[in-house]
Design a protein around this ligand. Structure first.
Ligand SMILES: [Zn+2]
Length: 227
């Protein structure tokens, strides 16, 4: 606890004075461009990894970077998505999984979480990945299974995301795009789901084409919604 408070003191004395103007601007509002949904794992710090400043991204973290499908489960993450899309009008939603994810390991060994009924119930929303991998990739071994589960969980959560009416409506008029990424902790690498290719591809810093998990818009952008 002492380290946390020392950290705040460092922030207040050193970081804050250097960015006083930014905080003044942020005092009365926010306009983040991206909703970033990732795992609660302490090793995944989106603000650090993507070098962003306060106000840039609206972050929601939970175990396994999960988005329950619409109408099945009212949760904090679903409320946050609706708010981000309808009020903040974010232009992107990223669902970001990561290497060595404990939630994905639990999918491989559900008996290990049997004594945690809330965790077990939450991870049912990731069963989609377990089934896809078990039925389509029976020959994978060891770490390859974990890697594939992590990828398929991101794809499955992207599909859940599209069941939310606010998301579907914004995607249909092209005002919102969704992305599925995997962050590799030990190599500092990023892989991105390319819906057109149907696979994850490594982030290429020399290319301006960022793969999307978004189908093409079907409508011209509607009038700006007001709330
Ligand atoms: Zn995780």
């Amino acid at each position: 606890m002492e380290r946390l408070l020392e950290g705040f003191e460092h922030f207040r004395r050193t970081v804050f004075p250097e960015q006083r103007e930014l905080f003044k601007k942020l005092a009365t509002g926010q306009s983040p461009h991206t909703l970033f949904i990732t795992c609660a794992d302490s090793r995944v710090m989106p603000e650090m990894i993507f070098s962003v400043v306060p106000g840039d991204i609206f972050v929601y973290r939970n175990i396994g970077n999960i988005v329950p499908p619409y109408a099945q489960h009212v949760s904090g993450v679903v409320a946050a998505i609706e708010y981000a899309v309808k009020v903040l009008q974010v232009r992107h939603i990223v669902i970001c999984g990561h290497s060595d994810c404990g939630a994905m390991k639990a999918l491989q060994a559900p008996e290990k979480i049997a004594h945690m009924p809330s965790v077990a119930a939450w991870l049912k929303h990731a069963d989609v990945a377990r089934y896809v991998v078990a039925e389509n990739c029976p020959d994978l071994q060891g770490n390859e299974v974990l890697k594939r589960l992590t990828e398929e969980n991101v794809v499955g959560q992207l599909e859940h995301l599209r069941t939310l009416p606010a998301v579907a409506a914004a995607m249909a008029n092209g005002s919102l795009s969704i992305h599925g990424w995997i962050y590799d902790i030990v190599h500092a690498e990023l892989r991105m789901f390319d819906a057109a290719a149907g696979k994850f591809t490594p982030f290429d810093p020399t290319s301006r084409d960022v793969p999307e998990a978004t189908p093409h818009a079907r409508f011209a952008m509607a009038m700006t919604p007001t709330l």
